[in-house]
Design a protein around this ligand. Structure first.
Ligand SMILES: [Zn+2]
Length: 326
């Protein structure tokens, strides 16, 4: 029987695959060799509410997801930092990107307590922040793809009097707010004028609460691209228009490392955080830890497995280090 430590030390080889699957089940951060060409999970949540359904994760299950990911060395990273290739994590840990679509009430809810407003401990923001208090290294980075012009209950988390307070809170805490169109328009169905209006007006509606606010990323409703990709990337009046550095799909599995050749920010795949799909991918990386992005602990260098330097995208200022192969 190969020891667990020995199996994991052999991530570059195939030792971990040859032994019992149980061996690799909870790969501890310190045991993983850096691989900054590995893949990254961008999780896609919808409702956090009761009961558990196709588009709903219960608060208890959401907490459990965070726990499972934490134990395996995943740490939240802001989508913008991932896009910039600035993944500042401790050595041996893996970036995790959380996204929440459709601004439903259970994602961010205030409840009245002692004459004031408190964040509901059972909404996504409340759960994430409580988890961070217990595990500070996990962080709380997340992007909320909001619908500013949708009908209730999906209009900006559904507490009309508290919309400004919520958006300001998200911004002050470093959460990202992303474009999901004004009211969940299927962009494949519309002409250029409507597509651009949906994307620009969503930003203008958020600006009513956050002056000067600009979206950085777009998540496509239903994953539908408009007829021309350019319509989705940028538009509107000079200086006051929209510009998306990345476009997220609704499916497609784990995403490429931002350092990898072939990284395409306009077609970023996501993993739907359902019991089955998230479970599949957690298990996938438990079985194949060598496919995971694992940080080298230094944001200024890109550490890759032996022989893989040619797979790195033309450098954006980072130094590439090749790990000795074992
Ligand atoms: Zn949506």
């Amino acid at each position: 029987m190969v020891s667990r430590a020995a199996a994991l030390a052999g991530v570059a080889g195939l030792v971990a695959l040859a032994v019992s699957p149980l061996v690799a089940q909870t790969a501890r951060p310190a045991e993983l060799s850096p691989n900054e060409l590995g893949r990254v999970m961008i999780l896609e949540y919808h409702k956090v509410d009761h009961p558990e359904e196709r588009w709903t994760r219960t608060p208890a299950n959401f907490r459990r997801d965070l726990q499972r990911l934490w134990e395996r060395g995943y740490r939240t990273v802001a989508l913008g930092d991932y896009l910039d290739g600035k993944i500042a994590l401790a050595k041996g840990t893996t970036p995790l990107i959380l996204t929440f679509d459709d601004s439903s009430p259970g994602q961010f809810r205030y409840v009245e307590k002692n004459g004031g407003w408190e964040i509901d401990p059972d909404c996504a923001v409340g759960i994430l922040e409580q988890f961070e208090r217990e595990h500070p290294e996990f962080g709380h980075a997340a992007t909320f793809y909001v619908l500013p012009g949708a009908s209730p209950p999906n209009r900006l988390f559904n507490q009309p009097d508290l919309v400004g307070k919520k958006l300001a809170y998200l911004k002050s805490r470093g959460y990202e707010i992303g474009n999901h169109t004004l009211w969940h328009a299927n962009l494949a169905k519309y002409d250029e004028t409507v597509v651009r209006k949906q994307l620009l007006e969503a930003q203008e509606w958020v600006q009513r609460h956050l002056p000067g606010f600009r979206f950085r990323t777009l998540a496509l409703p239903m994953g539908s691209y408009p007829k021309e990709l350019a319509w989705a990337i940028s538009g509107g009046p000079q200086g006051a228009g929209y510009r998306h550095d990345a476009i997220l799909m609704v499916a497609g599995g784990a995403a490429l490392s931002p350092h990898a050749r072939g990284f395409d920010p306009y077609h970023l795949p996501r993993i739907q955080a359902t019991e089955a799909e998230l479970g599949y991918w957690i298990n996938h990386f438990d079985q194949r830890p060598d496919e995971r992005y694992v940080s080298d602990g230094d944001v200024a260098t890109v550490t890759v497995p032996g022989g893989k330097t040619a797979m790195v995208r033309p450098p954006g200022g980072a130094r590439v280090l090749e790990r000795a192969s074992r």
